[in-house]
Design a protein around this ligand. Structure first.
Ligand code: ADP
Ligand code: MG
Length: 413
């Protein structure tokens, strides 16, 4: 109704400070308010969080948000608290006393959003507690974690449906930025959401410039590139922890404020480095793919893949962290066939089916990197979208000759 429209919009302004909904946000929010199952597929940076945060504020009770990473939960809860919203999380970082406090405030109805890690959710005591609370709906963020065909498979995610059934008859909203049809199907099947309204938006990130360069004098190229963007925020992805340390050091000795981030670092160091990046005490974060899921830094101006990524999907997600504010975002990937061969070797220990899948993903990555076709056309095609024109905003569209010369150079080297 019109009054509802007005009140949603005023909530948007009052709590989040935005004057307009973006894309499908309003339709999605209305769908969840009506109690319907909802499946949202929107690219990174499109504004998926708001699709469950806003209805959580409008509806009675507490919305459960299932989210795969502690850093991600903390990020959102901090942000919501800063907006004056009572949001809390339940995960392994809390003490017994803190957990009891969260539970008490949830049962009394003060908490509007309760973020829960999947491993906390599976605990008997958590389920018993949630049965006592008034739950408005369940949001499953980063829902591609359910699928083995995705790039971030989490076995605990496959238990979510059963647990929700134990808590009550609740509407579900599942959200992901992973658009491959295979993953989508898997998510809907596992969550038994065949009846869900599906909201899928285009994956074209028009403000991202895509570029691939051969891995040749890579360190020198990297330093030049980062210096060209001096003082700007950027992410450099590397394949190994060792490489992360090495490149962070390389940048530091070249006068760039860079910090490392990988799973081998102490949790406190990791958190501190992430915060330094978010607060702009550091300009560049050099990281393994452990960094970035759900991290909300709108003004990341460049994303560099120092090593060739494992899949187009992962690459697209990682580049998607650039230019979330809609302004310039530069995506540079260094490519070498040796990287592909190296990655293929890592697959040896995997079960056969998984190995075949990984190999296919790598081949797709290699052919993307090698191709002279418009990058955007290739990426969108990969996600099942048709894009007929050439984008005029990628290396293949703007500098076709340079590219070939660079490749010749590699062949001669
Ligand atoms: P996603 O989860 O889809 O990757 P986020 O929910 O993290 O994206 O949102 C990305 C950015 O967009 C955030 O900075 C968020 O505050 C902003 N945003 C979301 N909705 C709106 C809106 N309606 N107007 C302006 N900015 C928005
Ligand atoms: Mg998100």
């Amino acid at each position: 109704s019109l009054t509802q429209e007005v009140s949603l919009k005023s909530k948007l302004k009052e709590v989040f400070g935005f004057s307009q909904f973006r894309g499908n946000q309003e339709a999605i929010i209305n769908n969840i308010i009506r109690g319907n199952n909802t499946f949202v597929i929107m690219p990174t940076g499109a504004g998926k969080s708001l699709c469950y945060q806003l209805p959580a504020l409008v509806l009675d009770g507490t919305a459960i948000v299932i989210s795969p990473l502690i850093a991600l939960m903390k990020n959102q809860v901090d942000q919501l608290n800063a907006f004056g919203v009572n949001a809390q999380f339940l995960n392994s970082t809390l003490s017994k006393a803190e957990i009891n406090k969260v539970k008490k405030e949830t049962i009394s109805g003060e908490v509007k959003l309760l973020y829960v890690a999947p491993e906390s959710l599976t605990k008997e005591e958590t389920i018993e507690f949630l049965q006592k609370a008034k739950i408005s709906f369940v949001a499953i963020d980063e829902a591609h974690c359910i699928s083995e065909w995705g790039h971030d498979f989490r076995p605990e995610y496959r238990k979510i449906r059963g647990i929700i059934d134990n808590i009550g008859d609740l509407p579900i909203i599942a959200l992901t930025a992973t658009a491959t049809p295979k993953v989508q199907l898997d998510i809907q099947k596992n969550l038994q959401m065949d009846d869900a309204s599906v909201f899928k938006s285009s994956f074209n990130r028009t403000n991202l410039y895509y570029e691939v360069r051969p891995k040749h004098n890579t360190k020198k190229q990297l330093i030049q590139y980062v210096k060209k963007h001096k003082g700007k925020s950027g992410i450099v992805y590397c394949l190994s922890r060792k490489k992360v340390e090495e490149i962070a050091e390389l940048l530091r000795v070249n006068d760039v404020k860079a910090l490392p981030y990988h799973a081998g670092l102490d949790a406190s160091v990791r958190m501190a480095n992430q915060d330094a990046f978010l607060n702009e005490d550091a300009d560049v974060i050099v990281a393994t793919i452990a960094f970035g899921m759900g991290i909300d830094k709108p003004d990341v101006r460049f994303v560099i893949h120092y090593d060739t990524p494992k899949s187009i999907e992962g690459y697209y997600q990682e580049t998607g962290r650039g230019g979330r504010d809609g302004l310039e975002g530069n995506c540079l990937m260094f490519y070498s066939y040796e990287d592909i061969v190296k990655l293929e070797k890592f697959n040896k220990d995997k079960p056969v089916t998984e190995r075949d899948n990984s190999k296919l993903l790598l081949q797709e990555m290699a052919s993307y990197a090698d191709s002279a076709v418009c990058r955007r056309k290739q990426l969108l095609h990969y996600f099942g979208e048709t894009y007929d024109k050439d984008c005029q905003f990628c290396d293949n569209c703007l500098h076709p000759r340079e590219r070939f010369e660079a490749q010749d150079e590699v062949l001669l080297a």
